[in-house]
Design a protein around this ligand. Structure first.
Ligand SMILES: [Mg+2]
Length: 120
């Protein structure tokens, strides 16, 4: 799959890229919400991992814009501490799934397996 990672932390992007590349996915990175929206538009990735807390454009606004570009976009929210209210908002805006930071390799690989298998 072609996967876009939107995160303002280069360390977080690198860690996730490493996990995903082991499974031979094609990775695109963006370090801000604005850049992520641009890259979504240009690259039409199959899946997006989106950090919630970023300078400038907040993750939820980024999610909203991506869903405007493509209502069927699969956007996984990645966050260290996701509050119930935030989760509800993200679901309303069309978030596809939530994963916790720090990344758990097994959780990510099982999510990808399910997506590829078409289960979720
Ligand atoms: Mg961040």
């Amino acid at each position: 799959m072609k996967i876009l990672i939107i995160d303002d932390s280069s360390l977080a992007r690198r860690l996730l890229r490493k996990i995903l590349e082991e499974e031979n996915h094609e990775i695109i990175e963006a370090e801000s919400g604005i850049e992520g929206i641009e890259k979504y538009y240009l690259e039409k990735p199959d899946l997006v991992f989106l950090d919630l807390t970023m300078e400038g454009m907040y993750g939820l606004d980024t999610l909203e814009k991506i869903k405007e570009i493509d209502p069927s976009a699969k956007v996984v929210i990645a966050s260290a501490d996701i509050q119930k209210k935030t989760k509800e908002l993200a679901l309303e805006k069309g978030a596809y799934y939530f994963i916790n930071k720090p990344y758990d390799e097994k959780e990510i690989l099982s999510l990808l397996k399910n997506i590829i298998g078409g289960e979720k």
